[in-house]
Design a protein around this ligand. Structure first.
Ligand SMILES: CC(C)=CCC/C(C)=C(\C)COP(=O)(O)OP(=O)(O)O
Length: 393
């Protein structure tokens, strides 16, 4: 495994991706084909109503941020393929800021990212939740999703990234897991266990986030998130092994890991935030699972592309799809970025086709959930395009 250096051609391509005015435009439709009409036919499932909610309704061809399928696509100054991604459905900066303020307050109260309040505020996960969950204007629900996301992200930042030693990773994650699936030791060991769970900000954050989730979600959906975060932790360990072994994974292996070291836990809360209930039978349907995990993977490849600039400055080896492709397919870094965009696009096209079929034949709740995943892709990309986490390097 060789250390990477910032390649000026890659920097140019990443800058193109990040650019608002000349970047790769959203090329995908704003709604899954056919679902706009179906939503209209099911007013009970057509999203929130009331003050300030009109922007949250799913509109087939309208972008919240000046990108629409009718706009020209592709960048004038590069041959980077279009990033196939829907536009964001709504942009309500005030709502995002409100959620973000409360999220930062929570982080301060529990000591998460202590001394880095300004940085965490600038990352603006409140805005991410506002963009990615356009069918909810409920700040309390968006805040719960934001707390879960920040706690999951912090687990990565504290235990995996930023030069963290890989050796204790398994133990860190094993203990962290018990914050939301409690261990029940003989009573005499309980004080010692409890002390450890309280003396680390990641553990405190995960426990607190799950407690808040339990206030708004029923047991099956809390269990659903538990399962997705367990898979996330397995994937964190998977990545840690490459560091210990100093091994560059094969492209297929990297992608398999990225399906779960992904935003899948965020997608799992789409119905909770939207205040409806997708049955566990439908969530677990292998056809739904395939579509949703592909979308999760694609949304995280967006992260790989947008975070390349940041990762060039991080300590230690940072894995992302272009780095893995360049290493294994003996191509230049710019070519690896292009191939990564193509892989992203294939995943999104496949999701679009399969989710459309499922939405047309499944329950109204499944239809709304899959539309929510599609909206999530658009909001996720829009957030990556603007967050200080990837734009201030
Ligand atoms: C919000 C959430 C579920 C986060 C867990 C997974 C995660 C940390 C990412 C999908 C982000 O990936 P990465 O580790 O590459 O993050 P950075 O690019 O370092 O911000």
């Amino acid at each position: 495994m060789t250390a990477r250096t910032a390649d000026p051609d890659v920097a140019r391509l990443v800058a193109t991706l990040l650019s608002h005015r000349h970047g790769v435009r959203a090329a995908a439709p704003g709604a899954l084909p056919g679902t706009g009409r179906l939503f209209a036919a099911h007013p009970a499932l057509s999203g929130p109503t009331g003050l300030g909610t009109s922007a949250a309704r799913i509109a087939p061809a309208r972008a919240a941020h000046g990108t629409s399928p009718t706009e020209p696509s592709g960048s004038p100054d590069s041959d980077l393929p279009e990033l196939y991604c829907p536009p964001p459905v709504r942009d309500d900066p005030e709502l995002g800021e409100h959620v973000n303020d409360r999220l930062v307050q929570w982080a301060e109260e529990i000591g998460l990212y202590a001394g880095q309040t300004d940085r965490i505020r600038a990352v603006n996960i409140g805005r991410m939740m506002m963009l990615a969950h356009p069918d909810s204007d409920d700040p309390d629900r968006l805040l719960v999703a934001a707390k879960c996301a920040l706690a999951e992200w912090a687990t990565d930042d504290y235990y995996c990234d930023d030069g963290a030693a890989p050796e204790p990773l398994g133990a860190h994650l094993g203990i962290a897991y018990t914050t939301f699936d409690p261990a029940h030791p003989p009573l005499r060991y309980l004080p010692e266990q409890e002390k450890v769970l309280r003396n680390d900000p990641v553990r405190v954050a995960l426990r607190s986030a799950f407690e808040h989730l339990a206030e708004i979600a029923d047991h099956p959906r809390v269990a659903r998130l538990r399962q997705e975060v367990a898979a996330l932790f397995v994937a964190y360990t998977h990545e840690g092994t490459w560091r210990v072994q100093e091994r560059m994974p094969a492209v297929w292996e990297y992608l398999a890991h990225r399906q779960f070291n992904s935003f899948l836990p965020c997608l799992a809360l789409i119905d909770v935030v939207g205040r409806y209930r997708l049955t566990e039978a439908e969530y677990a349907d292998p056809r739904v699972r395939r579509a949703v995990t592909m979308a999760a993977n694609a949304s995280t490849l967006v992260n790989d592309l947008y975070s390349m600039g940041k990762e060039d400055h991080d300590q230690g080896v940072e894995f992302n799809l272009p780095v893995v492709i360049a290493a294994h397919e003996q191509c230049s870094p710019p070519e690896a970025v292009k191939r990564s965009v193509e892989i992203h696009n294939e995943l999104v096209h496949t999701f679009e086709a399969e989710a459309t079929a499922l939405a047309l034949t499944g329950s109204p709740e499944l239809r709304r959930f899959l539309t929510g995943v599609w909206s999530w892709l658009g909001g996720n990309r829009e957030w990556h395009r603007g967050t200080a986490r990837y734009n201030n390097t």
